[in-house]
Design a protein around this ligand. Structure first.
Ligand code: MG
Length: 339
C-alpha cells in the first residue's frame, strides 16, 4: 500500500468573504493510495482559518505507515491509528480516509454511497454559497447560480449589512435561502429579531448564529427561533455531536472537520440518536472531496456541497447536476472522472 500526494493550488472563481476572513485561493493536497493494482483518490482542503497547511500535511504524511495493517480497510482502526500519530489535522486525515473508501469501492466494485447504505435517489438539493460582497457581485453570483440550475442559495451573513444583502438577493430571486452567520451575531435578542425577519424572507435555516463559545446564547436562540439553527464551528468531530443537543436544531458535518467519511457517517448516526438534523457541508474542494460528501448526503437532511461550482481549476469532471441536485453515477468507488 503506497501513498503519494501533491500540493495543488485551488483557485476560487470569486474572492470569498465570510464574517471573519476573505481569500482568493485554497491550498489543497491531492492524494493517491495504490493497492494491488487499484488506485484510491483522496483530497485535503486546508482553508487557512482551520490551521492546516501544505507543511502540516507533509509532516503528518511522513509519519503515516499503513504497511503494518494486514487488512488496511478497517476504518475505525485506521482512524484511531491516524489520531494516535497526531491530534488535530483532520483534513489530511480525511484525504487518507477518502482514498481508502474510494479504494474499497473499487475493489468491491461498488459505488461508495452503497458502502454506507445510502439511497442515491434520496439526494437532498444542494445550495450555492454566496459570500459577503458588493450588491453588483452578489447579483452576478445569483445569476450564475440560477444559470447552473441551483434551486437553493446559502448566504453568508454576520455583519451589519445582513438585511441589505438579503434584500439585494430578493430583487433577483425568490428561491429559498439558507443563511450562515459564521458566529457573527453577538446579541441574542438582536439575533432572534433577525431570525424572525429572515423567516419572513423565505430563509429555511441559520448556520452558526452566535459564537460557538456562547452555548447559552445559542441555546436561548434555538429555543425561540422560528427557523432551525445549525452548529458548524461548534461541531468538529464525533464527541461534539452529543454536545450540540439542546444548543442547536442540527449540525453541519464537513469531511475536512470530521477526519473523513468514516467518522462523518458515525456523526450522522449520533445526530439521529440525539434528534439533531444534519447538514453536510464542504470547504473549497475539487470533485474528489465533493463526491465523498455526496456518498453520505442521501443520509442527511440538507446539503451544501457546491465546491466544484465555486472553484476555477477543478481538475476533475464535476458530478452531474440537474434541477438543483447532484446525480450520482453507479461507478465503483467515488466515481471521480478526469476532465
Ligand atoms: Mg458554516
Amino acid at each position: 500500500m503506497k501513498i503519494t500526494h501533491k500540493a495543488y493550488h485551488l483557485a476560487l472563481k470569486y474572492p470569498f468573504t465570510i464574517a471573519k476572513f476573505s481569500r482568493t485561493s485554497t491550498p489543497i493536497i491531492l492524494l493517491e493510495i495504490n493497492y494491488e493494482g487499484y488506485t484510491g483518490l483522496g483530497e485535503a482542503s486546508m482553508v487557512p482559518y482551520m490551521g492546516e497547511s501544505v507543511e502540516t500535511a507533509n509532516s503528518f504524511l511522513k509519519k503515516v505507515d499503513l504497511s503494518h495493517f494486514t487488512f488496511p480497510f478497517n476504518m475505525e482502526e485506521i482512524i484511531a491509528y491516524l489520531d494516535s500519530l497526531e491530534s488535530g489535522v483532520p483534513a489530511i486525515k480525511a484525504a487518507i480516509d477518502i482514498a481508502l473508501h474510494d479504494l474499497t469501492g473499487k475493489i468491491l466494485n461498488n459505488p461508495c454511497y452503497q458502502l454506507f447504505g445510502a439511497d442515491k435517489h434520496l439526494m437532498p438539493p444542494t445550495t450555492f454559497t454566496i459570500g459577503i460582497d458588493s450588491p453588483e457581485i452578489i447579483i452576478k453570483k445569483v445569476n450564475d447560480a440560477l444559470a447552473d440550475d441551483f434551486k437553493l442559495l446559502k448566504i453568508k451573513l454576520g455583519r451589519d449589512t445582513d438585511q441589505l444583502l438579503i434584500k439585494t438577493i430578493r430583487e433577483v430571486t425568490q428561491l429559498p435561502l439558507y443563511v450562515d452567520a459564521n458566529q457573527g451575531w453577538t446579541d441574542k435578542h438582536q439575533g432572534l429579531e433577525m431570525a424572525h425577519w429572515l423567516n419572513e424572507q423565505g430563509v429555511l435555516l441559520i448556520e452558526q448564529p452566535m459564537p460557538k463559545e456562547d452555548i447559552d446564547g445559542n441555546a436561548w436562540l434555538t429555543e425561540r427561533s422560528p427557523i432551525p439553527t445549525v452548529g458548524d464551528e461548534a461541531v468538529q468531530r464525533l464527541p461534539d455531536v452529543a454536545k450540540a443537543k439542546g444548543v442547536y436544531h442540527g449540525i453541519n458535518i464537513k469531511l475536512m472537520k470530521s477526519a473523513g467519511m468514516y467518522e462523518a457517517a458515525e456523526m450522522i448516526k449520533a445526530a439521529k440518536k440525539n434528534d439533531l438534523k444534519v447538514l453536510i457541508g464542504c470547504m473549497s474542494e475539487t470533485s474528489v472531496a465533493t463526491l465523498a460528501g455526496l456518498a453520505l448526503a442521501p443520509l442527511c437532511d440538507w446539503a451544501d456541497l457546491d465546491g466544484p461550482f465555486l472553484t476555477a481549476n477543478n481538475p476533475y469532471l464535476t458530478p452531474e447536476f440537474k434541477n438543483g441536485k447532484y446525480v450520482l453515477s453507479d461507478n465503483a468507488g467515488l466515481g471521480v472522472l478526469m476532465k
